[in-house]
Write a protein that binds this ligand. Sequence first.
Ligand SMILES: Nc1ncnc2c1ncn2[C@@H]1O[C@H](COP(=O)(O)OP(=O)(O)OP(=O)(O)O)[C@@H](O)[C@H]1O
Ligand SMILES: [Mg+2]
Length: 291
Amino acid sequence: MTPLLQVDGLTVVPRAAPGRCLVSDVSFTLQPGKTTCVVGESGSGKSLTALAVMGLLSRQLQRTRGSIRFQGQGLTTLDAEAMRRIRGRSIGMIFQEPMTSLNPVLTIGHQIGEPLSVHLGLRGRALQARIAGLLQQVGIPPERANSYPDELSGGQRQRVMIAMSIACEPAMLIADEPTTALDVTVQAQILRLLDELKTRMNMGMLFITHDFGVVADIADDVVVMFRGEVVEYGSVDQVLNRPQHPYTKALLACVPDADGKKPLLPIDYAWLEQQPATTAANLQHSMSEPA
Ligand SMILES: Nc1ncnc2c1ncn2[C@@H]1O[C@H](COP(=O)(O)OP(=O)(O)OP(=O)(O)O)[C@@H](O)[C@H]1O
Ligand SMILES: [Mg+2]
């Protein structure tokens, strides 16, 4: 079976400091209808990996090596117009910062409708009905379609982003911490919705999260990133139950168990001491944020 997404040796550096790898030799595969979760401490290169796949790296950054194939087609050699078509229609993305991707002077209904009219040619009543349906699916009353982004709460804006990203029912969804800002009930509702799309549309998901509860719930495979590199990659069962790398073990040890903060696994302190001071702090911080 042709993989939905195949990333091979992806390497990203700052143009100003090409010797410093922010993403280094990253490889993984995503099959249709499957979910790959990417976990790792803050700054480990998760968002840059996602942005590189989308062809949306900022101008200060450069992909120096690596290939990215989507449904068998190389993405790195496509021109801007072809890439834009794929982005709107076949690959959806939920960005980590929703406010940067919503236009403050357009209503949310207009913004959700844009990919539907551009890529699917929907107009008039059919378009309005689809916008209302999408709002309902993400738990926003359809009559809010005429609201502007700054009239909504942070969680509601995040859900508008989710509605936009799945509007065209893409073959692949890249979701960068999509539910972190949402309360648990809404989070569960969104995860169910994504899971339903995954099953109905055979949609593949690349899902960035620091919540191991979510990983256990939705992942088929897990990529563990540390300082720009993949240190562990395997099935969810393998990574959560039989982690091999000291970093994965330390990450899992920071996940509180049902009774509180008791580590589930022994931390390899000898390994941890050889790492930069920020690593221990990051581990504690990134794993203890409320979901
Ligand atoms: N435009 C840029 N120029 C230089 N360095 C950058 C740029 N964007 C990101 N970086 C650096 O690249 C590294 C990886 O960033 P990235 O955003 O991928 O981290 P992340 O794993 O998504 O972290 P978080 O969990 O905090 O979102 C970080 O050290 C970051 O400071
Ligand atoms: Mg990020």
